[in-house]
Design a protein around this ligand. Structure first.
Ligand code: F6P
Length: 612
């Protein structure tokens, strides 16, 4: 049974499937479409926001006969997962001179790191050599902070793959690009295709192959689309693999950190768990085993969203903090902490947030996480991610207006959790917790921590979980869903979303630039050329575009855009009102809630055109 059918309240939402019809936003790939379920998410109260997110997530597991697209539970997806798991198993069996590389940009790269670390840790526990490595566009600093520009660099993608696999005779390369769009990953896949004796390429993404990005990549003879086309040919001979189920549009259009990120985690964990079980416990890799494992992730959605009211309460608290310019901090222990860091880092490109709006802190920071480049405090003391950084930089100025969310599980050092919770409670009563435990296990300090917190999302997981799926994987996915909901909802409540569009996105790479231009077209109704002009004027803060600006390339535009705030709202106000950049800026200052500013302009425009 499809997960979506389980919860009564969800039925109403799931009735709308029109995004699958051929004439629904026909020029857009699914990953960029707007989801009909969330069209009014910007005006919904917190509990409805959570329900909409639940309905969107449930789309991942929908099984429809005769559906236009392959889905997570489709036959072909399960078969490809089996084949890739067999390749992983071969490397586990004979690790010498072999390597598995996971790579991606933004959240996809962060999840590459997350999954690689978890798998290698498990191998080391069994005294097996680590066989997995990760690459993230922009290097390790992109693990914990938003670095969008490196996504556009296919050469650096290929070089980083060459470097990490130097001297290896057999490499299974898994490139992740939710939108089948990142030039960085396209460069790596192309490199694999040029060296088929060593590299077997696997692509994970969430659009049908024909929707892969087909824009020219400066300096390259290939596009993402042409690489995918070659891979499809090779896939017939199992020399390349495509794992690209469609998940339905994201709840916030284009926000692939949400379903895209969750599905990446699910698919790769299924592959690695199956290979691991085959190698260490002689459990054969079977079609049914793969499918059953996938379905068990659907249950994680049910368990997590069974606490809608609790999630909504944390979302409201976080929303209040952001509305008054205060912050939300995730304090965590162990690997759940990495999910907090991942969630926080995406808020900058998605909502134009400041890096201090939502921050994650995990026990010993980088030391604990084991990233390749070690301690990253180069980014400045203020950006430290360890608890010690929280204690020095954040705790002294915390007030009730800030929200603190503890993320921990029964297997963490709960004494430590209680200690830190007491210190936080001295500064703010606005502390909440997400706590995972198994049925029957209780930590002595749990009661005290609960009392210190204004609310606790206590997830109790059944002991008898499907053998193939670690409890930790469930806790992780569940935590990811909660954090995505809280940070997305808090930004919605702050007015950073219009309908279901990110209206204050950063324009820091080519994909985001195109997304911004498209959004301007959609909201203003003006032609593409005018919208791009307005976008450039906002980026360069000028009322007239000079020859110099017009001849700059896209990289210069996106590089310049990094330094400007509210680029898209600014361009939109100019487009709708004819204001100069200065006037538009002062208009936005008077109406700091971006959604309200945009609505006011749209209203004026409608009145104006009505009176003509
Ligand atoms: O460029 C920003 C971004 O959209 C991130 O938000 C996202 O995680 C990253 O790009 C990677 O996108 P994709 O997985 O589609 O390549």
């Amino acid at each position: 049974m499809a997960t979506v059918a389980k919860t009564e309240g969800i039925k109403a939402f799931s009735a709308t499937h029109d995004w699958e019809s051929a004439d629904y936003e026909p020029t857009l790939p699914v990953s960029e479409m707007s989801n009909p379920l969330t069209r009014n998410i910007d005006r919904a109260p917190a509990s409805s926001i959570v329900k909409m997110l639940q309905a969107c997530d449930a789309q991942m597991f929908q099984e429809k006969s005769g559906a236009a697209y392959e889905r997570l539970l489709s036959d072909q997806v399960a078969k490809s997962l089996m084949e890739v798991a067999k390749r992983v198993q071969l490397i586990l069996k004979n690790p010498q001179d072999s390597l598995i590389v996971l790579s991606g940009c933004g959240t996809s790269g962060r999840l590459a790191f997350f999954i690689t670390s978890g798998f290698n840790r498990e191998l080391r526990r069994l005294n097996h050599s680590a066989v997995c490595s990760y690459i993230i566009a922009g290097g390790d600093r992109a693990l914990f902070s938003s670095q969008e520009a490196p996504e556009d660099d296919p050469i650096s993608g290929a070089l980083s793959l060459k470097k990490v696999s130097e001297g290896k005779k057999r490499v299974l390369f898994i490139g992740i690009s939710c939108g089948l769009s990142a030039p960085f990953v396209a460069g790596q896949l192309d490199f694999c295709l040029q060296h088929p004796d060593v590299y077997t390429p696997v692509l994970v993404g969430f659009n049908p192959a024909h929707q892969a990005r087909n824009e020219p990549i400066p300096g390259c003879t290939f596009t993402f689309h042409s690489v995918v086309t070659k891979m499809r040919e090779l896939a017939k001979m199992q020399k390349a693999f495509l794992i690209n189920p469609v998940l339905g549009p994201e709840a916030i259009s284009g926000s692939s950190r949400m379903k895209g990120g969750s599905a990446t985690k699910i698919l790769l964990e299924v592959v690695f768990s199956a290979a691991h079980a085959a190698n260490f416990s002689r459990t054969p890799i079977t079609y049914n085993g793969i499918l059953q494992h996938m379905r068990s992730y659907g249950k994680v959605l049910d368990i997590t969203y069974s606490q809608t009211e609790g999630i909504a309460a944390v979302m409201e608290a976080a929303g209040r903090s952001l509305q008054c310019g205060r912050r939300l901090c995730y304090l965590s222990w162990g690997f759940l902490g990495l999910l907090g860091l991942i969630d926080a880092s995406e808020c900058k490109p998605t909502f134009g947030a400041d890096h201090k709006d939502i921050q994650g802190f995990v026990g010993g920071g980088c030391k604990e996480l084991g990233n390749k480049e070690g301690d990253l405090n180069l980014m400045g003391a203020e950006s430290g991610i360890a608890h010690i950084d929280f204690l020095h930089n954040v705790l002294p100025c915390l007030t009730d207006k800030d929200t603190v969310l503890l993320l921990y599980s029964h297997s963490d050092d709960v004494d430590e959790v209680a200690k830190l919770a007491r210190r936080v409670r001295e500064k703010t009563s606005n502390m909440h917790a997400v706590y995972h435990q198994t049925d029957g296990d209780t930590a002595a300090q749990q009661g005290e921590i609960n009392k210190l917190c204004s609310s606790t999302l206590n997830f109790i997981w059944p002991q008898a979980t499907p053998a193939s799926m670690g409890l930790q994987h469930m806790w992780e996915l569940s935590t990811k869903l909660v954090l995505n909901a809280v940070s997305t909802g808090a930004h919605i409540l702050k007015g950073k979303v219009y309908q279901n569009y990110m209206i204050d996105l950063q324009v820091t790479n080519s994909k985001l630039y195109c997304r911004a231009a498209r959004l301007l077209q959609r909201l203003s109704g003006h032609p593409k050329s005018l919208c791009e002009e307005a976008l450039l004027k906002a980026i360069y803060q000028v009322d007239k575009l000079t020859e110099d600006i017009m001849t700059c390339n896209l990289t210069t535009h996106t590089h310049t855009a990094r330094k400007v705030k509210k680029v898209v709202p600014l361009a939109l106000v100019c487009l709708l009102t004819g204001y100069s950049i200065k006037e538009a800026q002062s208009h936005l200052e008077q109406k700091p809630i971006v959604r309200e500013a945009v609505e006011a302009c749209l209203r004026e425009q409608t009145l104006f055109s009505g009176s003509l």
